[in-house]
Design a protein around this ligand. Structure first.
Ligand SMILES: *[C@@H]1O[C@H](CO)[C@@H](O)[C@H](O)[C@H]1NC(C)=O
Length: 137
């Protein structure tokens, strides 16, 4: 049984779309990716559906050593985020599960939807900041 569900919003500030004249750049997934993401999809072919993402409805698979599953909404899954400097991840944890240690160059916002989890990070001075989070934290 899976109790805690954690949704993490990860802000990826390293991408830009300064060379585009549009205020969005839906990624053309058939194009190669560069530092600023994918080439923009032809604007005449962009529709409202390009701005809808339902992948976060799907729980990550927690049947693994960490009891952790992630459903990402990065540009490859949600091309409307291409070059926007923002992404999201739905993170599901089984009871006793853990998110494997990883690094970020950007800020991350966690919203705990269900359950209780210890969340935190270690800064560049090796100082740990962590706290038990409850639903709605
Ligand atoms: C979840 O992962 C396990 C281990 O890899 C696999 O056996 C199982 O089929 C996966 N379940 C789903 C629903 O994908």
């Amino acid at each position: 049984m899976i109790l805690p569900i954690l949704i993490g919003f990860s802000l990826l500030a390293s991408l830009s779309y300064a060379d585009n004249v549009f205020n969005y750049c839906v990624g053309d997934l058939s194009s190669p990716t560069g530092p600023s993401g994918y080439t923009c999809k032809d604007p005449s072919k962009v529709s409202a559906d390009d701005f809808i993402f339902t992948g976060l409805r799907v729980a990550g698979n927690t049947t693994n050593t960490f009891k952790f599953g992630a459903s990402p909404a990065f540009a490859p899954q949600f091309p409307a985020l291409n070059g926007m400097g923002i992404s999201m991840v739905r993170a599901d944890l089984g009871v006793g599960g853990a998110v494997p240690i990883h690094t970020h160059r950007v800020a991350e916002l966690l919203i705990l939807v269900k359950g209780t989890v210890i969340g935190g990070f270690i800064d560049t001075n090796n100082r740990a900041f962590y706290k038990t989070l409850h639903e709605g934290t």
